[in-house]
Write a new protein. Structure first.
Length: 247
């Protein structure tokens, strides 16, 4: 299971020890395909979501190993509220359990957790778990793990526009730099590589501003099957590309 054509052609999987070339400073992943993974195996969709949560940990560790500065994962979009209540509750329960179980290991690795999204719209134990993880890992310096939760790229841009108004920025002073400084990712490196699993070829309202010059890598397999070899292949493909930024 690899990328298609010239977009995300995975090529041969390389071992971590032999990975060569420039490493992206900021990698983002749209973790797509949990439900289809479950359906293909004839198991409950909740089992697919659980497998998807389990798949995150080795990718975080591999990204840190390679020297990636920031890893952003799309965990829950604002559009996901439209799903069945039972599925949303399952997702929240899995997230809380994962945070509780994984936070001590993130501290050990020096990984700081940040949230991208409107946390103020989330209530109850899920919000408490997220806030505790943000606080507990705040001193991590090895890598930042950005969890996009209750996230929408369009809402992020709206929030940035509102902040411009709140800050009293005049119309003629608004430029790309002023907007970028008010995005959720204002203190992170520019997005270099955007990976999407599940075989779809779209960005689904994820990091729209940040992805303007990012390399796109599409992988046909479902997210629970995206392992460290697949991640290495994505980084190897990134290293082979020539980034010209319009020049």
């Amino acid at each position: 299971m690899g990328g298609e054509g010239g977009i995300g052609e995975a090529g041969e999987v390389e071992a971590v020890e032999t990975l060569r070339g420039p490493v992206p400073r900021h990698v983002a992943i749209i973790m797509d395909g949990n439900r289809r993974w479950a359906r293909a195996r004839g198991v409950p969709e909740a089992q697919g979501h659980a497998a998807g949560v389990d798949a995150i940990r080795p990718i975080v560790e591999r990204a840190r190993h390679h020297g990636v500065a920031a890893l952003s994962v799309f965990a829950f979009s604002r559009e996901n509220w439209q799903r069945a209540t039972t599925e949303v509750e399952t997702l929240f329960s899995l997230l809380e359990a994962a945070i509780s179980d994984y936070t001590p290991d993130l501290v050990r690795q020096g990984v700081r957790v940040r949230l991208l999204g409107r946390l103020q719209e989330v209530s109850g134990s899920t919000r408490t778990s997220i806030e505790e993880a943000l606080h507990t890992t705040r001193d991590g310096t090895a890598m930042t793990l950005n969890v996009a939760f209750n996230y929408s790229a369009r809402c992020e841009i709206v929030d940035a526009a509102r902040q411009l108004v709140t800050d009293g920025v005049s119309a003629d002073a608004i430029d790309e730099e002023a907007i970028a400084a008010r995005l959720y990712t204002s203190d992170f490196p520019e997005l270099d590589l955007l990976i999407r699993t599940g075989g779809e070829r779209r960005v689904s309202n994820f990091l729209l501003w940040q992805a303007a010059y990012a390399e796109l890598y599409f992988w046909d397999g479902f997210w629970p099957d995206f392992d460290t070899d697949a991640f290495d292949a994505a980084l190897a493909e990134y290293a082979r590309r020539s980034r010209r930024f319009g020049r």
